[in-house]
Design a protein around this ligand. Structure first.
Ligand code: FAD
Length: 245
């Protein structure tokens, strides 16, 4: 938006005049894992899944599956992990927000709606940001008979919600927002401290400085660079691939 205002004089003018080159948001029909399957099938690369990178030192990765040596490292983890793996004082200049996920599983069809999820309005003043109906979005990954629903919970800085409070918030949303009174058979919480990136006016400049000062064997990819959509991440990945290969 900052860029729009700078280039066109106002955001409204930019919306009217700017060429429609950005594709915006898109989703892989079979879920993100289908991309890994396609890469494994169509290219000679070896994919190690369920493999956590604990640390990066030069061209060496220390992972949950042992040490991996490479010629070049492409760090494509979310920002909070990149900060841990490649500490740099400039990361502090990128503001972030917290978003926790509570996932719920049901053995039968429980959703009274056909959509993919919902977002709450800011005026509702609830920490529940929205919910996704994962089993409707990606039926292949959720089995045919059951249902999976996820809730996204925002947290104000310093409020430190306990796990039990997050589960209670999600359970309330299940009944009051989604109108489901059945109890889930499985529940899981993924805490997302530092999960979301806030793209401030000087974001591009900060990221550029970190990238330019990084060692030549290291490439950064991810949604904290150009924007939140899969499309922006893919565009950056293409750019870096042409530069590196
Ligand atoms: C609920 C939700 C819905 C969204 N819907 C859309 C949408 O419809 N369309 C759209 O364009 N965008 C959407 N987005 C945004 C989009 O999903 C992300 O911006 C995009 O996935 C970012 O891609 P990425 O490769 O940077 O990161 P991710 O897709 O987050 O990939 C990072 C990967 O790194 C792995 N990882 C993390 N730490 C480590 C470690 N230490 N070692 C090894 N691996 C690690 C993770 O497991 C993950 O697989 C959505 C986001 C959310 C949260």
């Amino acid at each position: 938006m900052y860029d729009f205002e700078k280039r066109y004089g106002s955001i409204i003018k930019a919306l009217l005049k700017a060429p429609k080159e950005e594709k915006g948001l898109f989703t892989l029909r079979e879920g993100p894992y289908s991309l890994i399957e396609a890469l494994q099938k169509k290219t000679p690369i070896t994919c190690r899944t369920n493999c956590k990178v604990h640390s990066v030192a030069g061209n060496t990765l220390h992972t949950s599956q042992g040490i991996v040596e490479g010629d070049h490292i492409v760090l494509a983890a979310p920002l909070h992990e990149v900060k841990r793996l490649y500490p740099h004082p400039f990361w502090k200049k990128i503001p972030t927000h917290t978003m926790h996920n509570v996932h719920m599983g049901f053995l039968e069809k429980v959703l009274p709606y056909d959509g993919y999820g919902y977002l709450t309005h800011a005026q509702e003043n609830t920490p529940i940001l929205g919910g996704t109906f994962d089993s409707r979005m990606y039926p292949r990954n959720s089995g045919t008979s059951g249902e999976k629903i996820s809730f996204f919970i925002g947290e104000n800085p310093g409020s430190a919600l306990e796990d039990q409070e997050l589960f209670s918030l999600a359970e309330n949303a299940l009944t009051s927002h989604v109108k489901i009174t059945k109890k889930p058979v499985a529940k899981a919480l993924i805490r997302g401290d530092d999960a979301g990136v806030i793209y401030g006016p000087n974001h591009e400049e900060i990221v550029d400085k970190i990238i330019k000062n990084a060692p030549s064997n290291l490439t950064f990819l991810g949604n904290y660079i150009d924007g939140v959509s899969v499309d922006s991440s893919v565009k950056r990945a293409k750019l870096e691939a042409f530069k590196t290969l």
